[in-house]
Design a protein around this ligand. Structure first.
Ligand code: NAD
Length: 258
């Protein structure tokens, strides 16, 4: 039986550990026959990814260092990927960061430095990554990022990260407009809360998760596998008409007005 991503080379950015959303997506893509090109941030992440890959028995993986705060790093990373693979078919950008002490309290207390850092890592990095990646997609492709409802509405404590997600989602539309003619699609998955390292940084995350179970139409949390399935759809032949979209994978929580 042929696999959905057979012979596709997919760049996966943002695996820190086994809870990372990017790891769930990587496993799904691998099941469907993709070559996985992991980028990692720091040696600790590299060791973690290599161990996960070995334990899961994934085949056809490679690893490239990339700190997304550095344009030189992003350029070098994609140049190295180009050397090894020639072209790529998709990128998963699953990266965000803000100061923990700014993911609580009043948004107006956000420092200039903290604001710029959250934007830099969580929003601008997608623009810089898309710039390099699109040059390696002569046959078209798919660029996908991860967002959250806090970019559209006020979610208590999400603060500076919500504003970064708003910029990220707007960037998705501008990038989709830029790259549509080349048949390169740009989309975001707005995921419901998942207990990961990044989520733990948001003050009161457990209360938020409990409220989510109580209020969401489906009365449960979303699973990483469900998020990965949506990423698979977007990056497969089934998603070729979809671009500039923010798809909510959050058990319907986004429809609520209360
Ligand atoms: P995670 O902590 O596992 O992943 C975040 C990743 O960002 C890590 O791998 C980290 O190394 C990487 N990163 C941070 N700074 C970097 C830098 N300078 N250069 C390169 N990489 C860097 O957490 P996650 O929850 O899997 O987050 C992935 C994405 O999903 C984020 O964009 C997050 O906002 C989004 N998201 C998460 C949730 C949730 O509840 N967990 C919900 C919706 C959206």
């Amino acid at each position: 039986m042929s696999c959905i991503l057979e012979k596709q080379s997919m760049v996966i950015m943002g695996v820190a550990n086994k809870w990372s959303i990017a790891w769930g997506i990587a496993k799904k893509f691998s099941e469907e026959g993709a070559n996985l090109i992991f980028t990692y941030f720091g040696e600790k992440s590299l060791r973690a990814i290599e161990k996960l890959v070995e334990e899961a028995g994934l085949q056809n993986c490679s690893y490239f260092s990339c700190d997304v705060t550095s344009d030189e790093d992003i350029i070098e990373t994609f140049a190295s990927i180009k050397k090894q693979y020639g072209l790529i078919n998709g990128v998963i950008h699953s990266i965000a960061h803000a100061n923990k002490d700014e993911l609580q309290g009043q948004y107006y207390n956000t420092s200039r430095e903290g604001y710029l850092m959250a934007q830099n890592i969580s929003a601008y990095s997608f623009v810089a990554v898309c710039r390099e990646a699109q040059a390696m997609m002569p046959e078209g492709g798919s660029l996908t990022t991860l967002s959250y409802l806090g970019g559209e509405r006020v979610v208590k404590n999400y603060n500076v990260m919500g504003v970064a997600k708003a910029a990220l989602e707007s960037s998705v539309q501008y990038l989709a407009h830029d790259l549509g003619e080349k048949q390169i699609r740009v989309n975001a998955i707005s995921a419901g809360p998942v207990k990961t390292l990044a989520a733990k940084g948001v003050s009161g995350f457990n209360d938020l998760a409990n409220a989510f179970i109580e209020k969401s139409p489906m009365k449960r949390m979303v699973t990483v596998e469900e998020i990965a399935n949506t990423a698979l759809f977007l990056n497969s032949h089934m998603g070729t008409g979809v671009t500039g979209e923010v798809i909510h994978v959050d058990c319907g929580y986004f429809i609520l007005g209360y």
